[in-house]
Design a protein around this ligand. Structure first.
Ligand SMILES: NC(=O)c1ccc[n+]([C@@H]2O[C@H](COP(=O)([O-])OP(=O)(O)OC[C@H]3O[C@@H](n4cnc5c(N)ncnc54)[C@H](O)[C@@H]3O)[C@@H](O)[C@H]2O)c1
Length: 357
């Protein structure tokens, strides 16, 4: 597949969190681009999992991101030119229960990845995946720009905002852009994506996986915050953004070593209930109820301003919300019918990228 000017062909790429939902899609896409992928994850986070369904070709390492020595030895051994850092405890609700683990994995894990760069000079580019939840959210409904203040009410959001501070500290202190090609050769960027949806997400307490589990077991879906507004986007949208960003960093374009929002167009920012209604209609009018239980705090409004990525990176969302949901419905039906899911995912990546913009 000729994409990104073949920049990933034969490149050694380290993906942390490669066994997760987004990591599996990213590894498969990198495989199609001819990259040599080294994956580093502590476990496979769900059962079933997209990773086991599609088995992307990679060197598959199981180790903890908190283990600096191990991570450093893997990087030394395989010498990747670029790192996509996705490994994280990514769930807001779990972060209330596993708070220290969330901070350790997300913040120290990110610091560990960046610390390895000091002695492994062959790494040219790092794309750190944070989230749209890094912003100080006063619930005004205004879309966040990359320059807005960082914040974080719940532990997950706070941990990811802290990652952003760690990232800019390493960039300022050790990989400063004014010293690029003088004292170092590494460009570091961060990517903040919205609520990602797509086939193959089996995580707990996320809307689409919960819906699919309910449909597959003929149960009623229970939703928590029907009016909550989220920047829903198909998983291939931010992943295409990460790959575009990585390609620019690999080319040595230092103006890209900063933070980037990847989200949907304004018209595709919908409430939880609007999404559920579309899904229910497509699965024999499946039913849902709204939970009355008291819920831990989660943001109500979450919107991203994506004008910077559109203007400077020339990245644009390719599938609107209806297209994205249709792809998830197709994926789920293929999964129900026990089709070859690797083939289904490859087809979705190709259709996505070949769409004329
Ligand atoms: N899914 C979303 O809606 C969304 C939105 C914005 C940002 N993100 C971010 O994208 C990234 C990937 O999210 P996902 O949805 O694919 O999550 P996931 O739970 O499916 O995958 C998480 C991955 O991290 C690995 N991991 C967890 N703890 C680890 C540890 N201590 N050491 C090594 N590996 C560890 C897991 O093994 C797995 O491979 C995360 O950084 C997440 O915060 C996700």
């Amino acid at each position: 597949m000729m994409m990104f000017n073949n920049i990933y062909k034969n490149k050694k790429v380290l993906v942390t969190g490669h066994t997760g939902f987004k990591g599996s899609w990213l590894c498969l896409w990198l495989e199609l681009l001819g990259a040599k992928v080294i994956g580093y994850s502590v476990d496979i986070p769900t059962k079933p999992s997209l990773f086991e369904l599609i088995k992307p070709k990679c060197i598959d390492i199981r180790a903890d991101i908190k283990d600096f020595k191990k991570l450093n030895s893997v990087i030394k051994k395989y010498k990747p030119e670029i790192i996509f850092h996705l490994a994280a405890q990514p769930l807001v609700r779990l972060s209330y229960k596993e708070t220290l683990n969330t901070f350790n994995t997300n913040v120290i894990g990110t610091a560990n990845v960046l610390e390895t760069l000091k002695e492994n000079k062959f790494v040219k580019a790092v794309v750190c995946i944070t989230t749209d939840k890094v912003y100080l959210n006063n619930e005004t409904g205004k879309p966040f720009k990359e320059t807005d203040s960082l914040g974080g009410y719940d532990p997950y959001s706070a941990s990811k905002a802290a990652c952003e501070i760690v990232i800019s500290s390493y960039r300022n202190s050790f990989f400063n852009l004014k010293d690029y090609k003088k004292t170092h050769n590494t460009l570091i960027a961060s990517a903040r994506a919205g609520n990602v949806i797509g086939g193959g997400d089996f995580a707990k307490d996320r809307l689409i996986p919960d819906f699919i589990k309910a449909v597959l077991s003929n149960k009623k879906l229970e939703i928590r915050s029907p009016k909550a507004i989220r920047p829903w986007q198909h998983v291939l949208e931010p992943i295409s953004g990460y790959l575009m960003l990585g390609a620019n960093l690999l080319k040595g374009k230092k103006e890209f070593a900063q933070s980037w929002n990847f989200g949907p167009e304004k018209k595709d920012i919908k409430t939880v209930e609007q999404i559920v209604k579309i899904l229910c209609k497509n699965f024999n009018n499946a039913k849902y109820t709204v939970s009355k239980a008291k819920q831990p705090h989660e943001a109500h409004y979450l919107k991203l301003d994506i004008s910077k990525a559109k203007k400077e990176l020339k990245w644009v969302p390719r599938w609107n919300i209806n297209n994205a949901l249709n792809k998830i419905i197709d994926w789920t039906k293929a999964y129900q019918q026990k089709k070859d899911m690797r083939k289904v995912c490859v087809e979705q990546i190709e259709t996505f990228w070949n769409k004329k913009i």
